[in-house]
Design a protein around this ligand. Structure first.
Ligand code: NAD
Length: 364
């Protein structure tokens, strides 16, 4: 945490964000869901998908790219297959509705494959894997971001992919195991956070048009004012896919599965600039249909213990399994508060003031 960061208790931050979305015309339910998701991302340590997004979501609503008051609707119902339409609604809202319906089918039928098209930004994908795990389900999520072309394919210097995240969740009695990451070397939101004074980017997260590696957010956004908006359309460079040709291949497949297959737009070519939508292909599986849910939990528990017993390369950094860093961060931030870089707070405050939303007591 930087010396200039503010520490804000999670409930205070969540209430402010909820009031901002209410003032922007969202329903109580929408405002509460978006606020709890965004603050939940901060609690998990994914500041890139937390409250730093608020000004951008409000701008998108003002521009009509993101629509209030939408409900996810069923396009095709095949029982254990669902195709859902998000109607450009707030992603956290319509994706939750689609995922909850698919979860109920998988609980009933043992499995469900669900495609979601045209959702607004759905946020931290691990949230949906956590919902499934709470219902006792394994889940796999491929996501793409239509209209958001940010990542250069392996061997290229021009943008072709979105940051196309993947999440996989396992329900275990000791708590869920959640793998959740962007196929870009870092999520775009991490560039946003770095540009607002937060954690700097690792070297080589970005690539300039001449092929030079960079960690400067300007490679993605071009020049920007400290409190002003960040527009990825203005930068000349690109994010890089993680894992060389392998991560690049996964990003490509996310565009195919979550975009082309579901009928949601792929990252490009962009016909109408501005509207950023998530597509998602999710698979939900009930472990008991594989024979023995208790046997799965037992085998998973023994395997996890064996992986974690691996001798660490650095004795001060034990080997972790997916989801452990988020769990530790959540406990720490629930206890101490959420650290917000001064620039993130300034942009949130400016958005609140624009909508005449009073700031929490003691914060200016
Ligand atoms: P990241 O690089 O921080 O990786 C996170 C994953 O790696 C987690 O599963 C975590 O548990 C695991 N992990 C981290 N450190 C570990 C360690 N030492 N040992 C073992 N496992 C470890 O994540 P990211 O790529 O920056 O993505 C951040 C968030 O952005 C994700 O929640 C993702 O869903 C979200 N995202 C959303 C969109 C969208 O369009 N909705 C697009 C891109 C990313």
């Amino acid at each position: 945490m930087a010396a200039t960061d503010l520490l804000i208790p999670a409930p205070v931050l969540e209430d402010l964000v909820r009031r901002i979305f209410l003032a922007a015309g969202c329903t109580e339910a929408e405002a509460a869901r978006v606020a709890s998701h965004l603050v939940g991302a901060n609690l998990a340590g994914h500041d890139s998908h937390g409250v730093v997004r608020v000004p951008r979501y409000i701008e998108w609503m003002e521009q009509g790219y993101l629509l209030k008051g939408q409900q996810a609707s069923v396009v095709t119902d095949g029982g254990a297959f669902l195709l859902m339409e998000g109607h450009y609604g707030l992603g956290q809202v319509v994706a939750e509705q689609a995922v909850r319906l698919a979860i109920s089918r998988a609980v009933q039928l043992g499995t469900c494959v669900m495609g979601l098209r045209n959702a607004g930004h759905i946020g931290r994908v691990g949230d949906y894997a956590e919902m499934a795990a709470e219902a006792g389900l394994v889940s796999i999520h491929f996501v793409n971001v239509g209209g958001s072309v940010l990542v250069a394919p392996f061997g290229g210097v021009e943008r072709r992919f979105s940051t196309a995240p993947i999440a996989i969740g396992l329900p275990l009695p000791e708590g869920p195991v959640i793998l959740d990451f962007a196929t870009a070397l870092v999520a775009e939101g991490k560039v946003l956070v770095a540009s607002r004074g937060g954690k700097p980017l690792p070297e080589g997260a970005l690539i300039d048009p001449d092929g030079r590696l960079s960690s400067d957010p300007r490679s993605l956004y071009g020049e920007y004012a400290p409190e002003g908006p960040r527009n990825p359309a203005l930068g000349l460079g690109a994010l890089r896919a993680f894992g060389e040709h392998k991560g690049s291949g996964l990003a490509f497949m996310c565009e195919m599965l979550a975009g082309a297959l579901t009928g949601s737009p792929t990252s490009g070519p962009i016909e109408k600039r501005g509207r950023v939508v998530n597509g998602m292909l999710s698979i939900f599986l009930a472990p008991d249909r594989f024979g023995d849910a208790a046997g799965f939990a037992d085998a998973a528990r023994r395997y996890i213990a064996w992986v974690k017993a691996c001798r660490p390369a650095d004795p001060s950094a034990p080997v972790l399994i997916p989801g452990e860093p988020e769990r530790a961060r959540r406990a720490e931030r629930l206890a101490r508060g959420i650290p917000l870089p001064a620039e993130t707070w300034a942009s949130l405050r400016a958005t609140a003031q624009k909508l005449s939303v009073p700031l929490p007591e003691g914060l200016t």
